[in-house]
Design a protein around this ligand. Structure first.
Ligand SMILES: [Zn+2]
Ligand SMILES: [Zn+2]
Length: 668
């Protein structure tokens, strides 16, 4: 071991030994077998499972007092064998809970037994009795999950990996824990952010936050509309060294925010990646698909499955509104961003009240009172925070006011009716995550309420798998959808006219069958995926139509068609062919998962407290600039007490952010 790292290790033990002493002092009778720093959590292992039932409250109080995340786990030696535990649960669970032995899984690292139940309320009802019984009798902590109406293979594969790689994951968490709970080296001295991607553009989101003490990377995206080096953030910048990073924080599972995470592990990053649980699940699916896409095109993928697995063993999921230590001077809190399932606003608190940064990632906002009667899938972005000095905000639609959602729905339905009457097919390119589920729910409901005549809907691409993940997290969806799944035992995503395309026969049926049909397929900007095959076959018939319902980045095929290109060169059966675009092209705005200009303004108006500086990114320059001017003109109407500083740096520009008590800045 090198001398410097050795001395750091000794220094780094001071904080940890202080915490250990504090715990031992407060919890004397638990029969503690060890205290481990596992990622951001302090895990207390106890020999007597019974003690947990009585001592849990004590630990909660202590955790509050020293402001750390603490969990109690049973010592692995005091846990019953898995077979016996399964038997115990099957014998004692209420019969109508709807579980079978194959619905029971174990996580040895966390000491948890996870049960998927058709009626989870039956297992959780009447206080925590059953959960406590299982813990006291078997030593395993019971986690109950609703058995989703669609079964996701991805989720199963993640859990499976965690079981296979459990010792590796345990080791990884402890390494991360040592770094999170190290002693402060210099302390927070200056807060600087550098845009490594997504400043003055959409795509390759990546921002480096440097506090002097710690370095945190916000998002690590791949630009699907970029070529060569332009698809990657500036990871060759001198201030970016992968081994110096304390943490990577991911806002959501779209490729332009998470696409290169496995690549950083390939380059030697061994720290944690923080994200919400659905972001992890969707990401696994998207990243695997990303590799497949490269292989299909005969190119070398930038990373492999092995790198995705390394990433997963070091991924730490964090729910909304849970405060998590990233390093000695930085704490993370996620809250809902309203953009897609699991999307998060990232709040970073630096030092003891020194500085607070809020990064929106991608957001959608509408008035919360509209949630109970909306057709939208996600609740609006959160706007209440303890403190926010600086805000990094997306501006995809900073200059554009799109029609309302109601107008967009009316436009889509009238197009569907028109195409139905002329017996054509209507193509809807969508990203597998978000807009796809939105369209499925919306069109199903329109069939039910007879707003449009019924016809087959073909669904192609990764959409089925993603939808299965959506149905696994009903509590995160907007109220009407959540209620249908939780209380009415309905699955709003699936209707009787839906056909999931999983082979060429079904695809041919969608293309060549007589009569009208709706085809929903990936990718959303037509940069790949089955949508290309549908387009090649359906573009030349003027009875057909294509409806663009989401953002089309410049340079993509989708954007070229929207912008009016009517002859497209495409490879068909290995031959370059010219496709004539005769089908009806409609751009339907108002469905986007991004807030439009009014919604961005409305988010700023509701945001509490108000930031002093606003840094704009994730927008084409004209959009960002127009939004900057807009804020500068209307800040008082948005409820700011004084004019906020509005900046829109370019990639590689570093900005220093100043705490409230900064001498020069307090003169302003
Ligand atoms: Zn996004
Ligand atoms: Zn984005």
């Amino acid at each position: 071991m090198e001398e410097s790292s050795q001395s750091r290790l000794i220094v780094g033990q001071r904080l940890r030994s202080m915490i250990v002493t504090e715990i031992l002092k407060n919890v004397k009778d638990a029969g503690i077998s060890s205290i481990e720093f596992e990622g951001p959590e302090i895990a207390i292992y106890v020999k007597n499972p019974q003690w947990i039932l009585e001592g849990e409250e004590k630990i909660k109080d202590l955790a509050k007092q020293i402001r750390k995340r603490m969990v109690i786990r049973t010592d692995p030696k005091s846990r019953k064998p898995k077979e016996a535990t399964i038997q115990y649960i099957m014998k004692n669970a209420p019969e109508d809970a709807g579980i079978s032995p194959s619905d029971i899984q174990f996580d040895e690292v966390l000491g948890e037994v996870r049960v998927f139940a058709t009626r989870p309320g039956k297992l959780l009802g009447r206080g925590r009795t059953f959960r406590n019984q299982v813990l006291a009798s078997t030593g395993w902590r019971l986690e109950v999950t609703r058995k989703p109406p669609l079964i996701s293979k991805t989720l199963a594969s993640v859990l499976d990996l965690y079981i296979r790689a459990s010792s590796e994951r345990k080791k990884a968490l402890r390494e991360i824990g040592e770094r999170v709970y190290r002693d402060m080296i210099v302390g927070p001295r200056k807060i600087r952010i550098t845009g490594l991607g997504s400043f003055g553009e959409v795509g390759r989101s990546s921002i480096l936050l440097d506090t002097g003490e710690s370095k945190i990377l916000l998002d690590t995206g791949f630009a699907q509309n970029g070529y060569g080096a332009d698809a990657y953030p500036f990871y060759d910048a001198p201030e970016f060294r992968v081994e110096e990073l304390d943490a990577i924080v991911i806002s959501h599972a779209h490729m332009d925010h998470i696409g290169l995470l496995p690549l950083l592990y390939k380059y030697g990053y061994r720290g944690p990646a923080y994200m919400t649980p659905p972001t992890r699940d969707i990401a696994v699916l998207m990243l695997k698909d990303f590799i497949d896409l490269f292989i299909k095109e005969g190119r070398d993928p930038p990373f492999t499955m092995k790198d995705i697995n390394t990433m997963l063993t070091r991924t730490i999921t964090v729910n909304y509104n849970v405060v998590t230590d990233l390093s000695p001077d930085a704490k993370l809190t996620f809250s809902d961003a309203g953009h897609i399932l699991g999307s998060a606003l990232t709040h970073i608190h630096v030092g003891q009240g020194l500085f607070n940064l809020l990064y929106t990632g991608d957001i959608k906002y509408y008035k919360p009172r509209e949630e109970s009667n909306t057709t939208r899938l996600q609740p609006p972005a959160s706007t209440e925070f303890h403190r926010v000095e600086s805000l990094i905000m997306e501006t995809t639609y900073g200059a554009t006011d799109t029609p309302t959602r109601e107008e967009a729905e009316a436009q889509l339905f009238s197009l569907i009716k028109k195409v139905y009457d002329r017996k054509g097919k209507i193509l809807i390119p969508v990203m597998a995550v978000g807009r796809a589920q939105d369209m499925m729910v919306l069109i199903n409901r329109a069939f039910e309420s007879k707003r449009v005549p019924e016809m087959p809907i073909y669904i192609d691409g990764l959409i089925y798998e993603v939808t299965a993940i959506y149905t696994s997290y009903p509590e995160l969806l907007a109220k009407p959808i959540r209620d249908e799944i939780l209380h009415e035992d309905k699955n709003p995503f699936i209707g009787r006219n839906m056909v999931f395309v999983n082979d060429q026969t079904k695809r041919d049926e969608a293309i060549f069958s007589e009569g009208p049909a709706v085809i929903i397929s990936t990718s959303g900007m037509m940069v790949g995926g089955p949508i290309l095959e549908y387009f090649k076959n359906l573009a030349e018939d003027q009875n057909n139509a294509i409806a663009f319902v989401s953002y089309q980045a410049s340079g993509t095929l989708g954007r070229r068609i929207v912008d009016g290109e009517r002859e497209i060169q495409m490879i068909d059966d290995g031959q370059l062919k010219t496709i004539k675009v005769n089908l009806e092209v409609q751009r339907i705005e108002g469905f986007s998962g991004h807030a439009n200009r009014s919604e961005l303004m409305s988010f700023l108006r509701s945001l509490h407290p108000k930031p002093r500086s606003i840094i704009l990114n994730h927008g084409e320059p004209s959009q960002t600039l127009s939004f900057a001017i807009y804020i500068k003109q209307k800040w008082d109407r948005l409820g700011f007490e004084s004019q906020p500083e509005v900046i829109f740096p370019e990639n590689l520009e570093t900005i220093r952010l100043h705490p409230r008590n900064s001498r020069i800045h307090s003169l302003l």
